[in-house]
Design a protein around this ligand. Structure first.
Ligand code: ADP
Ligand code: MG
Length: 476
């Protein structure tokens, strides 16, 4: 695997390995600094690597795939060497215009557009005359392939520009046909504004060790989340987890694991360490999921252990710490996980545990995010196990949760519950009552640990909004 270019981030066009006539053209046109997607994809593209890149519209993707093509084109050979697929005729024309503009110093360069909705006759004439670069829509390109009017033997580049849109427009079959009909050893480049599963699948199927580069539209992660990496042996992960919690003492944290089996083990360990912990995995009923989430949000739980499936759409505001107990296979998932901390301009911390066998995942993550993870050493006990008598890590959670057997459909509002708890009968101080969440048929209220018993007794004996409701104390 070529990884040497993956973290190279040139700032200026003048730093790129390009022939001088191309550099001069760029300078003459007035381009100096690379955009982020260009900076992160061009070094690898100029080395000949396959790449799948995502960045928003207007970020300069055209130039990112055009420069490697222009750099390598063999002008004396007037046969198609690069084929670029775009979703519409207008986009084809636009890409061709850019190629001609940046390739204006290459004598005799021929760029031919083969888009649908244009007379075939002129396209055939153009092909007859010979062209170095073809830009076309997938449908029309397939027409030419079927008619055998294209000479694709010398093709060295295939670009899918706006791959996501072409798939949305129903070009999947044509695109795959074209990927198959072109020489094996070509360089393939996929670019799009979004990075859906469908593009990922196409990349898996047709690209070779493709570099995956993604530029977030806004990058909270880069700025505000500190990302650490702890290298551990597989059997030292629990000890490392213990150490991290002891070190950072988070108010609220999520520990991500890849499989359900690990979730149970981790939760069990946390409980023996005296950490209030909940678990979220794919097999839980919605009711239990809601309950665990409500407890995390209202600070009755300090640590949630979860799989990705379970955490999908998980909505928590301000986590202090995200721990990747296992690293995910896909870098996108990593970014998604750590995005749960450092929200709304708060600083966040994400720590990933990685075994030596997971080095390839680190490489993929660093390439994808463009950020180098900061290596952190932990002092672990010799046996790689937290001492059996590991003392309680930290005080239990600040709050505890009561559930009330009534909700929105019973016209219950937060004020009603707050009133019952802080009114004459309840006697709690306002700061002893935490978050109140009202669902359809159930409500969750957090109260300070120290007043849990009192609060439940008062709610059971008294009334809320003049009515009796069942009340339960969700202790664990
Ligand atoms: P995308 O394909 O990502 O939507 P384009 O490739 O169409 O974006 O680029 C948008 C505009 O930005 C074009 O006019 C292009 O010439 C210009 N552009 C590209 N790269 C740079 C750069 N490094 N500096 C300034 N302008 C650039
Ligand atoms: Mg574009």
């Amino acid at each position: 695997m070529q990884s040497d270019t993956s973290l190279q981030r040139p700032k200026l066009f003048s730093e790129l390995t390009l022939q001088s006539v191309l550099k001069k053209t760029l300078a003459d046109i007035g381009l100096e600094e690379l955009t982020e997607i260009q900076s992160r994809s061009l070094p690898a593209l100029l080395e000949g690597r396959d790449l799948v890149g995502q960045s928003k519209t207007g970020s300069g993707k055209t130039l990112a795939f055009s420069l490697p093509i222009l750099e390598r084109i063999r002008l004396p050979n007037r046969r198609p060497q690069a084929l670029i697929l775009c979703p519409t005729r207008e986009l084809c024309a636009q890409v061709a215009r850019e190629l001609r503009k940046f390739g204006r110093s290459l004598p005799g360069l021929q760029v031919l557009v083969l888009a649908g909705g244009e007379p075939l006759r002129f396209q055939l004439q153009g092909l007859e005359a010979g062209a170095h670069i073809l830009v076309g829509t997938p449908g029309r390109m397939m027409d030419h392939i079927r008619r055998e009017t294209l000479d694709l033997v010398g093709l060295r580049f295939l670009v899918l520009d706006e791959a996501d849109r072409m798939l949305d427009m129903g070009f999947a079959e044509d695109m795959e046909q074209i990927l198959k009909a072109t020489p094996q050893d070509k360089q393939t480049i996929f670019f799009s504004a979004t990075f859906p599963e469908s593009v990922e699948q196409l990349s898996q199927k047709y690209q070779r060790q493709a570099l995956s580069v993604s530029v977030a539209d806004f990058e909270p992660a880069a700025q505000t989340i500190e990302q650490q990496l702890v290298e551990v042996a597989a059997d030292a992960k629990l000890a490392a987890l213990h150490r991290l919690l002891d070190l950072y003492k988070p108010e609220t944290a999520i520990v991500f694991a890849n499989f359900k089996a690990a979730i149970a083990d981790i939760q069990k360990a946390l409980t023996t360490w005296g950490v209030s912990a909940g678990a979220l995995h794919g097999d839980l009923e919605q009711f239990d999921r809601d309950r665990v989430m409500a407890k995390l949000r209202n600070k009755s739980l300090r640590v949630l252990v979860a799989t990705d499936v379970a955490a999908r759409g998980l909505d928590v505001a301000d986590l202090d710490l995200v721990i990747n107990y296992d690293l995910p296979l896909k870098p996108e998932v990593y970014v998604h996980r750590i995005g749960r901390t450092g929200r709304a301009g708060q600083s966040g911390l994400a720590v990933s545990l990685a075994t030596p066998r997971e080095a390839f995942k680190i490489e993929a993550i660093e390439t994808y995010t463009g950020i180098k993870l900061e290596k952190k050493k932990l002092d672990l006990p010799a046996a790689n196990k937290p001492a059996a008598s590991a003392k309680a890590l930290f005080q239990g959670a600040a709050m505890t949760t009561l559930s009330i057997g009534g909700g929105r459909k019973d016209k219950l509002r937060p004020g009603d519950i707050l009133g019952a708890l802080t009114g004459e009968a309840g006697g709690l101080r306002a700061d002893e009552v935490g978050k109140i969440e009202i669902l359809d048929r159930i409500a969750y209220v957090a109260v300070a640990q120290s007043v849990g018993r009192h609060a439940i007794e008062c709610l059971r004996e008294g009334r809320i909004k003049g009515r009796k409701f069942t009340v339960e104390w969700i202790k664990s």
